[in-house]
Design a protein around this ligand. Structure first.
Ligand SMILES: NC(=O)c1ccc[n+]([C@@H]2O[C@H](COP(=O)([O-])OP(=O)(O)OC[C@H]3O[C@@H](n4cnc5c(N)ncnc54)[C@H](OP(=O)(O)O)[C@@H]3O)[C@@H](O)[C@H]2O)c1
Length: 377
């Protein structure tokens, strides 16, 4: 037998065996998964619920005197997280790009019990800035206990309407790589302190909502990154993955990355995207996040009702996609904001007052660029 024939026979048997193994797994694995779901899930959830309501609160760690670094602390969730940690007596290192806003947050934290606070103006999409932020924190406090990766921006536009897709690279650089850079530099210090990483992702990581495809992808990447990292280093450093729904912040005021790649305020687009969905106050959200981080939870969803939407994604994705398409996608050739969700929103003037905190309605004057600039800088 010549060499080519032997190779052919070997390949035939090799591929045949892998084909049979995969075929067997296709037959065996799905029923096992379903049986596990029915028989294992109820007791698993019960035990988890028991532990989270009885044991975890008792073992909850005190963060008084602990060193907490928060990125994106100049507004929204990050600002409220700083205030909540301060209320619990922590020492803070606050990071963002806008100095004046950071100074004002730092001032607020000192008024309510923060042991010590310092601010760093940095852009988390720059790896050198992230390295420096961690180094400066260690230089100042000598340790790091919690790293809260919260900085983020949201590009909002139908994907195909974007004139240059590279305009959105900054979203991935900030939301995903910003978290990765800070995490990478912080791990040695967090290992020493047996500390914790709090990664602010989003429920958009699993909910396929139109106009935020790049944002959703960046948040799905954050979830996946931290889940994998937890398997690698979970014994040394805790990781809490946070998946907020809609929370009061500059983002829910309509501050989005436009398709031209610039941050701008677009309340009309905000109303289209959010419509009559309720928005949770940032203070409440921050309290729940810090409580969960102190208890050592792996996941936090805020508001809690957002978590079951993950099951919808898993069990009836087509229906979810269909609803989103009907509600949030404009008709062919129509403006982006000409959607059923916006029409429903406009049908109930004043109802949003009960669903959305008043603060998200600033700035009302969409055209007043100077006022908007002064507010955001
Ligand atoms: N609000 C929601 O409904 C919601 C829902 C799910 C997830 N989230 C996530 O929650 C996090 C906080 O957002 P938010 O809702 O509180 O919005 P926000 O008020 O706009 O806050 C975003 C923060 O990130 C900072 N930031 C943005 N780009 C940065 C950069 N390159 N370097 C450093 N800091 C940067 C901003 O500060 P500077 O502009 O001063 O740099 C600001 O402090 C984000 O990761 C967001 O994706 C929000």
């Amino acid at each position: 037998m010549d060499f080519t024939l032997i190779t052919f026979i070997c390949l035939f048997f090799y591929n045949g065996i892998t084909y049979i193994i995969n075929l067997l797994m296709n037959i065996v694995i799905p029923p096992i998964a379903i049986i596990l779901l029915f028989f294992f899930l109820p007791p698993y959830l019960l035990v988890k619920y028991f532990i989270s309501t009885t044991i975890k609160p008792v073992l909850s760690k005190n963060v008084a005197g602990k060193v907490i670094l928060i990125t994106g602390a100049s507004s929204g969730i990050g600002k409220q997280l700083a205030i909540e940690y301060a209320r619990r007596g922590a020492c803070l290192a606050l990071v963002a790009r806008r100095e004046k806003k950071l100074e004002s947050v730092a001032h607020s934290t000192t008024l309510i019990g923060c042991q010590d606070v310092f601010i760093m103006c940095a852009d988390v999409s720059n790896p050198e800035h992230c390295k420096l932020c961690i180094e400066e924190t260690i230089k100042y406090y000598g340790r790091l206990d919690h790293l809260v990766n919260n900085a983020g921006i949201a590009p909002v536009s139908m994907f195909e309407y974007c004139p240059d897709v590279t305009n959105y690279v900054q979203a991935m650089d900030t939301n995903f790589w910003g978290s990765v850079y800070c995490t990478y530099n912080a791990i040695p210090h967090l290992k020493k302190s047996k500390g914790r990483i709090i990664g602010i992702a989003s429920s958009a990581g699993w909910l396929a909502t139109p106009r935020i495809s790049i944002y959703s992808a960046s948040k799905a990447a954050v979830i996946s990154f931290y889940e994998t990292l937890r398997v690698e280093i979970g014994n040394d450093v805790g990781i809490t993955i946070v998946t907020p729904g809609l929370i009061e912040s500059e983002m829910t005021q309509g501050k989005f990355l436009s398709r031209e790649g610039r941050l701008r305020v677009d309340p009309e687009m905000r109303d289209t995207e959010i419509s009559l969905m309720p928005i949770m106050p940032a203070k409440e959200c921050a309290r729940a996040i810090v409580k969960s981080a102190c208890q050592g939870d792996d996941y936090v969803a805020q508001p809690p009702w957002i978590r079951p939407t993950l099951f919808w994604r898993v069990f009836w994705p087509e229906i979810l996609d269909w609803c989103n398409r009907i509600l949030l996608v404009p008709g062919p050739g129509q403006p982006e904001t000409d959607t059923l969700s916006k029409k429903i929103f406009d049908l109930f003037p004043g109802v949003d007052r009960y669903l959305h905190p008043g603060t998200i309605h600033f700035p009302e004057h969409k055209g007043d660029a100077e006022e908007i600039f002064a507010y955001y800088h």
